[in-house]
Design a protein. Structure first.
Length: 320
């Protein structure tokens, strides 16, 4: 394709809530996505023309945030740039959940910008998607990541990217009949991380656990508690503690979704009990999903999407 048939494009998306060394992190080699701390890139993107379009407040925010998702690429002039911009916004926010699979965080994003043009003109699109993630307590505190934790998170990004987006402008169906259990669970996890209410977070995380582990509709609380305890636990005491934690999580979920509201005793001592349940739930969901992702055989079972195979696997767990 001839050069004059293309636009030169830059994508810029501020990141909040992440503390780590000032290094250049490649999120996706295929789509040339990076997390960057390079102030020169900020000045390059927010040149005089772009600042006129976006306003200096966006430039000032970028300078104060210091961290951003960056991509530089060339696309045909005939490309649908509204769709392209929306795709890059969605792709970037996957990073928060990739980092969450390493540990809880409130990594979130503000307004993202896409500039494209040639020597004669430049266009800037500015928008955001629902990406205001919070930690398990509904707070927006910063989270510090070591270099090893970042490397681990990047491996999760590739996995989540592949089950979330399929091509520029496209996304995958997470709740249809063709979607596997991991797709559906991830959909609820993402929703849970975007709400600031602990009870709602727990309810949505429970839906994710049901996507991953439910094989029957009767005695759901007991069956899920038993299955997950055997799935994650090694020794008796660990399994018993997990079993009790999951029952407590489901009790909270039931009170939220069945109309009675959260029991007043959970709000005593500065919501200590409610916070404990929220943290336990967040940790259990993370441990379950990361175990599946990191185990080749388990991942294969889930992607085959065969309920009988999954049911047999869980049955065998009980008798180990």
């Amino acid at each position: 394709m001839k050069k004059d048939e293309n636009y030169s494009c830059l994508f810029f998306y501020n990141i909040h809530g992440l503390i780590c060394d000032n290094i250049e992190i490649q999120l996706s080699e295929l789509h040339n996505l990076y997390i960057s701390f390079d102030e020169n890139k900020i000045h390059r993107f927010f040149n005089e023309i772009v600042r006129t379009i976006t306003g200096t407040a966006q430039y000032d925010l970028a300078i104060s945030s210091k961290k951003f998702v960056w991509s530089e690429f060339v696309f045909p002039k005939t490309e649908n740039y509204d769709r392209t911009h929306a795709w890059f916004l969605k792709a970037s926010t996957i990073a928060s959940n990739a980092f969450w699979l390493v540990k809880d965080n409130a990594i979130r994003f503000n307004t993202g910008h896409l500039s494209y043009g040639d020597d004669s003109q430049i266009t800037v699109k500015s928008n955001t998607v629902s990406s205001h993630y919070s930690n398990c307590l509904g707070n927006k505190s910063d989270t510090n990541y070591s270099q090893n934790e970042i490397i681990k998170a990047l491996k999760y990004f590739d996995f989540l990217f592949n089950i979330t987006l399929n091509k520029i402008g496209g996304s995958l169906d997470h709740t249809g009949a063709e979607a596997n259990r991991i797709n559906r669970a991830y959909y609820f996890i993402d929703l849970a991380r975007k709400t600031y209410d602990i009870g709602t977070k727990v309810s949505l995380h429970c839906s994710a656990l049901e996507c991953l582990f439910s094989v029957a509709t009767t005695e759901l609380r007991h069956r899920l508690s038993e299955t997950i305890a055997n799935f994650l636990g090694e020794e008796y005491e660990e399994k018993r503690n997990l079993y009790e934690q999951i029952k407590e999580i489901y009790d909270l979920r039931s009170s939220v979704t069945h109309g009675s509201g959260i029991n007043k005793k959970l709000f005593k001592n500065n919501e200590e009990s409610l916070n404990r349940i929220g943290m336990n739930c967040d940790n259990i969901v993370r441990d379950c999903l990361s175990k599946i992702i990191n185990d080749g055989e388990l991942k294969k079972i889930y992607f085959e999407n065969n309920n009988e195979t999954i049911n047999n696997y869980f049955t065998e767990l009980i008798f180990k």
